[in-house]
Design a protein around this ligand. Sequence first.
Ligand SMILES: [Mg+2]
Length: 355
Amino acid sequence: MSVRKIVHIDMDAFYASVEQRDDARLRGKPVVVAWRGNRSVVCAASYEARRFGVRSAMPAVRAERLCPEAIFVPPDFPRYRAVSRMVREIFQEHTDLVEPLSLDEAYLDLTENKTGLLTATRVARAIRERIRQELQLTASAGVAPNKFLAKIASDWRKPDGLFVIQPDEVDPFLRPLPVERLPGVGKVTAERLKQIGAQTVGELRGLEMATLEGQFGRYGVRLYELSRGVDHSKVVPNRPTQSVSAEDTFERDMPLSETGPVICRLAEKVWSASRNESRTARTVVLKLKTSEFNILTRSYTPPSPPASCEELTQIALSLRERIGLGVQQRFRLVGVGLTNFREPEDTSWQSALFN
Ligand SMILES: [Mg+2]
């Protein structure tokens, strides 16, 4: 297989940077983009705010505690979407193979490019320069032979950085990395990998495929490949989002009646993430995993799509009533999701309802 040239571009602290660009009073200050309120979460934090430990997706009240002098700005998604479109136009001058992940991130396949620049690194440089010149914003870029490495690379010199992983550098780059750097490895998976002797990617490579498959099912095969720098996934232009979801594993298993606060927090997270979409989600999904590892999902499609975070939360909470297991049952994980995204002008669901 011929070597691909993939670039991952990630705007730096995107929403916060747009706010600082458009309002001189915010420049150089800790800025937190979030709605006010007890259940609100941080959508973005400027680098000045990050110095205090503020991160996106953390509860806004926590951000306030960490950085009392932070300036809170309510998110303005129409404006971020407009800037995002301009960034995408710059990408599209170089390749049609652009896969946006969100408003501020995209993969580009530059194996062939439209401008005749000789290397993907030069294209990445040109794109970063254009974004700076035309939009007065910074972006970080990673260049690598596949998507997952390009994404790790864009994070490597963040903010305002460029990092290149050449095909012959993949091995020495990957081996010393902690397994957490691999896509899909969170705290729980990392802990399980540690127990079977793999804290670094190099150590993970020492494990048999059968061992990994036994532990993690199909994802074990993916881990086996990732640890060897293998990722055949293609850059898919404009893939519409299928779903947005968030889940959490409890520190100790708990009964259904105690899952409320976590469901509220997850719903808030999912609601914020769904604001990145131009389309509207129709269906709410609640997922639970029992202490015996059985996965249950319940979903509900209201007559009109959930229009607020409160509505999403209420539906997610009420879906618990449809779980139907005894009060003795304990659960180890809960998840909340939105699926079934439609264009806002797509009213086919309404006519279906009245047929
Ligand atoms: Mg970003």
